[in-house]
Design a protein around this ligand. Structure first.
Ligand code: DX5
Ligand code: ZN
Length: 233
């Protein structure tokens, strides 16, 4: 079983961005995850195109843009132009999620749908056939260092059931408070990619690269024998 590990750029030391990215790349991170927040869809502001461009100068890793902005359709093409391989939107951020997802596909990026902790899962019912990834939020989007909702594994299992019932290849990921304490159950519930932030590899007693390596070992041990794999890169 392969679980992809995605490092949250929002949690990096911005004064050491190049160094941290290089360190995580050496440690075997699979992807960089950019949390883009506009102060309107969520009550926080993070980063935009410049940060993605700066990161691109130092790595060839795949990038995901996780858009927590209102009317993401205004900017989808820009994130695709910056080379984001995956663009993930929240259904509540647009009046026309199906159209926005089609826009992502037309841009050449892989479309992802993020489901907030209270977003009804049926929101994905008629979109799942158009998606490549579903990002299950374990926290309300907006801030690092929050506690996961108690029933996160149940939500992942239900999303997995939805995907299985439709016989589609959609990777299921988790974002928010992924940690050594909960990772085993998240993966067993069906997650095949994980967004790693301050709860797992940043703000830890050891360097992010060291933390990532031990996180990978832990997942490998915990999941030996499980068959759910990330179906796409
Ligand atoms: C929330 C953010 C965070 C972050 C993960 O919108 O997306 O979930 O990436 O960081 P921690 O581990 O601090 O939750
Ligand atoms: Zn995110």
């Amino acid at each position: 079983m392969t679980v992809k590990l995605c490092a949250s750029v929002m949690c990096m030391d911005f004064s050491q961005l190049g160094r941290e990215i290089a360190e995580l790349e050496r440690a075997g991170v699979d992807e960089l995850h950019f949390d883009i927040m506009d102060g309107a869809f969520v009550p926080n502001i993070t980063m935009g195109f410049e940060a993605i461009r700066a990161a691109r100068k130092v790595t060839k890793l795949p990038f995901t843009a996780h858009l927590m902005i209102v009317q993401p359709e205004r900017y989808i093409h820009r994130f695709a132009e910056e080379g984001c391989k995956t663009i993930t939107i929240h259904a509540e951020s647009t009046r026309h999620p199906h159209r926005a997802i089609q826009q992502i596909r037309d841009s050449g990026a892989a479309p992802g749908l993020a489901l907030g902790p209270a977003t009804p899962l049926y929101t994905a019912n008629f979109l799942v056939g158009q998606l490549q990834k579903i990002l299950v939020m374990a926290v309300e989007p907006g801030f690092v260092g929050q506690r996961a909702i108690p029933d996160i594994s149940v939500r992942i299992e239900k999303v997995k059931q939805l995907v299985t019932d439709r016989s589609v290849h959609v990777a299921i990921g988790v974002d928010g408070n992924v940690s050594a304490e909960n990772v085993d159950e998240l993966v067993r519930a069906g997650a095949s990619f994980l967004v790693l932030g301050t709860s797992s590899i940043f703000n830890q007693p050891v360097r992010p690269g060291v933390a990532l390596r031990s996180f990978r070992d832990r997942i490998n041990n915990a999941t030996a024998g499980l068959t759910n794999r990330c179906p796409i890169g």
